[in-house]
Design a binder for this molecule. Structure first.
Ligand code: TYM
Length: 346
């Protein structure tokens, strides 16, 4: 495999409130990656419309996710922050990938099955095709590393399959046109840390999600201190005190979740948390968790509010990011078109 320039890409949908799972599983880690990699962080509005979005609300949410990126510490001077629909190469490459990906591959995608539910015939074609667009997002930049939460693992496997099939199907043209053995890299998913899968505060066996009807199931990045405190205090637990070792968290999904959240917020491991709180009752641990969550999330929520009050500034950040993103994607897509054999406009 030839060496590809290391590049990070990830995306977040502008649909509904961003929650602690989005923050700990993805956005907080995006911030850390900036020290090591060149990064592109995308507000994926094309993905958002795979289910109905009110237009005015969509515009608001695009700005809100951008504000969350900036408030969390993504530096738009260093990283490329943009929204997907401003860079036409995503949709263009998705079409070519539609002709590479196989129906059988998409039929295995569990997220489509969950999201479409029983009314599958009435789901949009876009919802079914969603993972192909995701592969296009990543590969338009030939990104090598993708930080995500665990729920995106299957989509990233599909991305690798699409890259590999493209590289194989067009191996002759790829070599002839001077790209060596492979045009697309084998993308590395970066899934990890104590909060790769943050669970609902009401049910430790269900993922924390924007679509859960109960707002008590999640902590939103825009929740104030009282809201955070109430939700943590009401979070489901069991009757035992916390164990001293992580083995003691097995079969205790709610305890495991709260310990994982504490660890991720504090940049430590579950082991470290249990060293300090092993034997503690939940009432005491929850008090410490409220203080920690308010201390870490409060400033982000406040900064988001300040930023969304100035949409002109956010729009300027997005415009600048889109121009920089397009400067990377455009030559890649031009090369893809040559590889596929489309006649260029001359
Ligand atoms: P989205 O918008 O649903 O979620 C954004 C990020 O948050 C992570 N996440 C979680 N992590 C831990 N625990 C949870 N409960 C939790 N819930 C969500 C997600 O894994 C994700 O990293 N398909 C993507 C968006 C996307 C994308 C991409 C990501 C589009 N193109 C290309 C990476 C690369 C999505 O719907 O994420």
């Amino acid at each position: 495999m030839p060496a590809f320039k290391e590049l990070v890409f990830s995306g977040v949908q502008p649909t509904g409130n961003l929650h602690l799972g989005n923050y700990l599983g993805a956005i907080k880690r995006f911030v850390t990656m900036q020290a090591q990699y060149d990064c592109l962080y995308c507000v994926v509005d094309l993905h958002a419309i795979t289910v109905w979005q009110d237009p005015a609300e969509l515009t608001r949410q695009i700005r809100e996710v951008t504000a969350a990126f900036l408030a969390a510490g993504i530096d738009p001077a260093r990283s490329v922050v943009f929204n997907q629909s401003q860079v036409p190469q995503h949709a263009e490459l998705a079409w070519i990938f539609n002709c590479v990906a196989r129906l059988g591959w998409l039929n295995r995608m569990t997220q489509f099955k969950e999201k479409a539910g029983k009314d599958r015939e009435n789901a949009s074609v876009g919802l079914y095709d969603y993972p192909v667009l995701m592969a296009a997002d990543i590969l338009a930049y030939r990104a090598t590393h993708v930080p995500v939460g665990e729920d995106q693992k299957q989509h990233l496997e599909l991305t690798r399959d699409i890259a590999q099939k493209f590289n194989n199907d067009f191996a002759g043209a790829i070599a002839e046109q001077g790209h060596g053995e492979a045009f697309f890299p084998t993308t590395e998913p970066l899934i990890g840390g104590p909060a790769a899968r943050v669970m609902s505060l009401r049910d430790g066996t269900k993922k924390m999600s924007k679509s859960d009807p109960s707002d008590y199931s999640r902590i939103n990045l825009t929740d104030d201190a009282d809201g955070i405190a109430q939700k943590v205090r009401k979070a489901k637990t069991d009757a035992e005190p916390l164990p001293s070792e992580t083995a003691g968290l097995e079969k205790r999904p709610e305890a495991d979740n709260l310990v994982g959240i504490f660890a991720a917020l504090n940049d430590v491991s579950r082991e470290d948390v249990l060293r300090d709180y092993g034997g503690a009752q939940f009432s005491a641990f929850k008090g410490a968790l409220v203080d920690l969550a308010v201390a870490k999330l409060g400033p982000i929520g406040a900064e988001m509010q300040r930023l969304v009050a100035d949409p002109g500034h956010i729009d300027a950040v997005l415009a600048n990011g889109a121009a920089r993103a397009e400067a990377i994607a455009a030559p890649n897509i031009a090369a893809v078109k040559d590889i596929v054999g489309f006649a260029r406009r001359r």
